[in-house]
Design a binder for this molecule. Structure first.
Ligand code: ADP
Length: 308
C-alpha cells in the first residue's frame, strides 16, 4: 500500500461530568486526508483544502504528530505526503486539531504496516495537540484513534481506556460561530473545588460509565451533570441554558459544553430524537444574531477509518 484515504473524525471532549477525562467520537463530522509514501524522505503537507492552516510540517499538527511517530519508529526508506481536506473548523470545540493529529498518525502507521497499536499512537497524536494548545492532552485524540467513548484515567503513566458505547446513542451538536479565546475559557475556571462538588461529580461520572455499559439510557441522562466546570464556562456561550433546556424538552438525555466551547452537545437515544433535538437547539438560537451549524451523529465506534 503506497497511499491511503482516510476519514478523520470530529470528537467531543469534556463530556459533562467527565471534564478532562471523558471523550467521544463522532461519525457524521470529520475531515478527509490522503496520505502517500514518497521517494523523497521527510514529511510534507502538500495541500490543505477548506481552511487556512499552516503548510509547514513543524507548524501543522498533522506534521508534528507524524514526526513524533517517525522519531520513535526509526529509519524509514521513504517519505510521506499529506493532503488535508478540512471540514472541521478550528476553534469550534469538536477536535479540529485532534482530527488531523490522530488521522495523520493513523494513516502513516497503516502505510508502515501497522508497527504500532492504536493505543500506542496516542502519545504521537498528543504532540500535535501540544502544538495546537500548548498542552499535550489526550481527550480528543484518544476517541479519534480508538473510537467510541474513551476515558483518560492517567497521564503519568498514560492510561487510556476505551469504554462501551451503547448502540443507540446519538450526539447532536450546535456550533455557534463565535470565538471564545482559550485564555478566557481557562480564566473562568477555579483552582479549587469543594468536597461537595467533588462527591456529586464522582457520583455522576460513575453513574455515566455504569450507564454506558448497561446501556441504561435513563441512568446516562441522570448522570450527564457537570457541577464543576459547566456553571463557570457556560456564561461564555450565548443562550447556553436555553439550548440545554430546549434539547431536554425535545427528548435529549442531557448535554453540556463540547470541549472548551463554543459548541454545545446533547446525547439522545435514537436518531429520530437526536434530529428533533437539533431543531430544538437551533430554535434557541433563532433570535440571536449569531450564525450556527448543527450536526446529528451516531457515535462512531471505530474512530479513523479508510475510505474508498
Ligand atoms: P479545536 O478546539 O476545534 O480542536 P483548536 O483551537 O484546538 O481547535 O486547534 C486549532 C489550532 O491548531 C489553530 O491555532 C490552528 O492554526 C492549529 N492547527 C495547526 N494545524 C492544524 C490542523 N491540521 N488542523 C486544525 N488546526 C490546526
Amino acid at each position: 500500500m503506497d497511499a491511503i484515504k482516510i476519514f478523520a473524525p470530529a470528537t467531543i471532549a469534556n463530556v459533562s461530568c467527565g471534564f478532562d477525562v471523558l471523550g467521544l467520537c463522532l461519525d457524521a463530522v470529520g475531515d478527509e486526508m490522503i496520505i502517500s509514501k514518497t521517494a523523497e524522505k521527510g514529511v510534507k503537507i502538500s495541500k490543505i483544502v477548506g481552511q487556512n492552516l499552516p503548510l509547514e510540517t513543524e507548524n501543522n499538527v498533522a506534521g508534528v504528530a507524524v514526526l513524533a511517530l517517525l522519531e520513535k519508529y526509526g529509519e524509514v526508506d521513504c517519505g510521506f505526503d499529506i493532503e488535508i481536506y478540512k471540514k472541521i473548523k478550528p476553534g469550534s470545540g469538536i477536535g479540529s486539531s485532534a482530527a488531523s493529529s490522530a488521522g495523520a498518525v493513523y494513516g502513516v502507521n497503516k502505510l508502515l504496516g501497522e508497527p504500532f497499536t492504536l493505543s500506542e499512537l496516542i502519545p504521537f497524536a498528543m504532540e500535535g495537540e501540544r502544538l495546537a494548545s500548548g498542552n499535550a492532552h489526550a481527550d480528543n485524540v484518544a476517541p479519534a484513534l480508538l473510537g467510541g467513548f474513551t476515558l483518560v484515567r492517567s497521564y503519568d503513566p498514560l492510561d487510556v481506556i476505551k469504554l462501551h458505547s451503547p448502540s443507540e446513542l446519538y450526539a447532536t451538536v450546535i456550533h455557534p460561530k463565535i470565538e471564545i479565546k482559550t485564555a478566557d475559557s481557562r480564566a473562568v475556571l477555579k483552582d479549587t473545588v469543594s468536597l461537595k462538588q467533588t462527591v456529586t461529580q464522582l457520583g455522576n461520572l460513575g453513574g455515566l460509565i455504569s450507564g454506558l455499559y448497561s446501556e441504561d439510557y435513563n441512568l446516562i441522562g441522570r448522570s450527564l451533570q457537570d457541577v464543576i466546570v459547566e456553571p463557570l464556562r457556560s456564561v461564555l456561550i450565548p443562550n447556553f441554558d436555553k439550548v440545554k433546556e430546549f434539547a431536554k424538552e425535545a427528548g435529549a438525555l442531557g448535554g453540556s459544553i463540547s470541549g472548551s466551547g463554543p459548541s454545545i452537545f446533547a446525547l439522545s437515544k435514537g436518531k429520530e430524537t437526536a434530529e428533533k433535538v437539533a431543531i430544538a437547539m437551533a430554535k434557541a438560537y433563532e433570535n440571536l444574531d449569531i450564525e450556527f451549524d448543527t450536526y446529528v451523529s451516531k457515535l462512531n465506534p471505530e474512530g479513523n477509518k479508510i475510505i474508498d
